[in-house]
Design a protein around this ligand. Structure first.
Ligand SMILES: Nc1nc2c(ncn2[C@@H]2O[C@H](COP(=O)(O)OP(=O)(O)OP(=O)(O)O)[C@@H](O)[C@H]2O)c(=O)[nH]1
Ligand SMILES: [Mg+2]
Length: 330
């Protein structure tokens, strides 16, 4: 079932609708799920109540991040992965997050078309989301959307995001298991090292293995991964070759995701990752709330006044920061 982003006018909702929406979403009604995610995208004031109602029902889903350079085959792989997960009768939620554009639209339209294989499957929920480019980017909108899908009964939630700059690192923070896709002929060996993706992958997928050079990418990657120092007992990320466009190799990807999941549970890393994720989310909400408080009172903010005093030399940044925190922390 494919749902568009909040491109239309957001429906006005009163607080009285929230319990009903949450109840319907928990039963897996796609419309209710869509509305809740729209509330997240719109940064609605109702989110406070929504999240309080959802929190006790979340925590079941396995969250899998799919990242890699543009065109490497993330959407094709995600779609093929969904088919594989459906064979095992898993309910799947998919979030395509575009951190580069402040509004959902063009870039993700192609993805929706590609996902049409699953568009009529009630056990698959697909949603593209834009992050608004506020501080933290994906930091709190994505985990909240994940919480909605989780509470709606997803067994697996796939988050696809283009690997641009920071977002790769961010997605690693959002997922239990992070898949990094590479492909031959994209200069990915060098890119891998540059973009710091060697630290974030729990599983590396060399896609487009039908093309020349896949084995070379695998060798390069293997030697780069071998250089990374890993403490005893830590996870050693496997490398899997796939041809996503022909749905080849995805069974092995699913098997490796399952192995990683088992390791996460045994090692205690799942708990650590989820705690870290919650911390990041709390921090992002707190910082956003503080910013909202000290921003724009009568056009000129307290922060502007403090900045002026620092520039004038009548205050210093530490004193100014103390004053700011004092003024807005009650
Ligand atoms: N030859 C070959 N082509 C593939 C394979 N997997 C995907 N493609 C093609 O690669 C192109 C890009 O695939 P996408 O799945 O859109 O890649 P993406 O990473 O989602 O791209 P963005 O979302 O734009 O970053 C499409 O034309 C796919 O058909 C593969 O295994 N082999
Ligand atoms: Mg894509």
């Amino acid at each position: 079932l494919v749902s568009s982003g909040s491109t239309g006018a957001p429906a006005r909702r009163s607080a009285g609708d929230v319990p009903d929406l949450v109840a319907k979403a928990r039963e897996g009604h796609p419309r209710a799920v869509a509305r809740l995610i729209s509330l997240v995208e719109d940064e609605s004031p109702l989110l406070r109540e929504v999240m309080a109602a959802l929190a006790p029902h979340a925590g079941h889903a396995q969250v899998v991040g799919v990242t890699g350079s543009p065109g490497v085959g993330k959407s094709t792989s995600t779609s093929a992965l969904v088919a594989e997960l459906r064979k095992a009768d898993k309910r799947v939620g998919i979030l395509a997050v575009d951190p580069s554009s402040p509004f959902s639209g063009g870039a993700l339209l192609g993805d929706r078309v590609r996902m049409q294989d699953h568009a009529l499957d009630r056990e698959v929920y697909i949603r593209s989301m834009a992050s608004r480019g506020h501080l933290g980017g994906l930091a709190w909108t994505t985990p909240q959307a994940v919480r909605v899908l989780d509470a709606a009964g997803s067994d697996v939630i796939l988050i696809e995001t283009v690997g641009v700059g920071q977002s790769e690192v961010e997605i690693a923070g959002l997922a239990d298991t992070t898949l990094v896709l590479l492909a031959p002929g994209m200069g990915d060996g060098i890119q891998a090292a540059k973009a710091g993706i060697l630290e974030i992958g729990d599983l590396y997928v060399i896609n487009k293995a039908d093309r020349d050079g896949a084995d070379q990418v695998r060798r390069d990657l293997r030697s780069m991964l071998a250089l990374a120092e890993r403490p005893e007992g830590s996870w050693r990320p496997p490398i899997v070759k796939t041809i996503a466009s022909r749905s080849e190799g995805l069974d092995e990807v699913v098997a490796e995701i399952d192995k990683h999941r088992a390791w996460l549970e045994e090692s205690g890393e799942l708990e650590r990752r989820r705690t870290r994720r919650a911390r990041d989310e709390i921090e992002a909400i707190a910082v956003t709330a503080l910013r909202a408080r000290w921003g724009d009172v009568h056009g000129r903010s307290e922060l502007d006044d403090l900045a002026a005093s620092v520039v004038a030399g009548t205050s210093d940044p530490y004193t100014a920061a103390d004053l700011l925190l004092e003024a807005f922390s009650e």
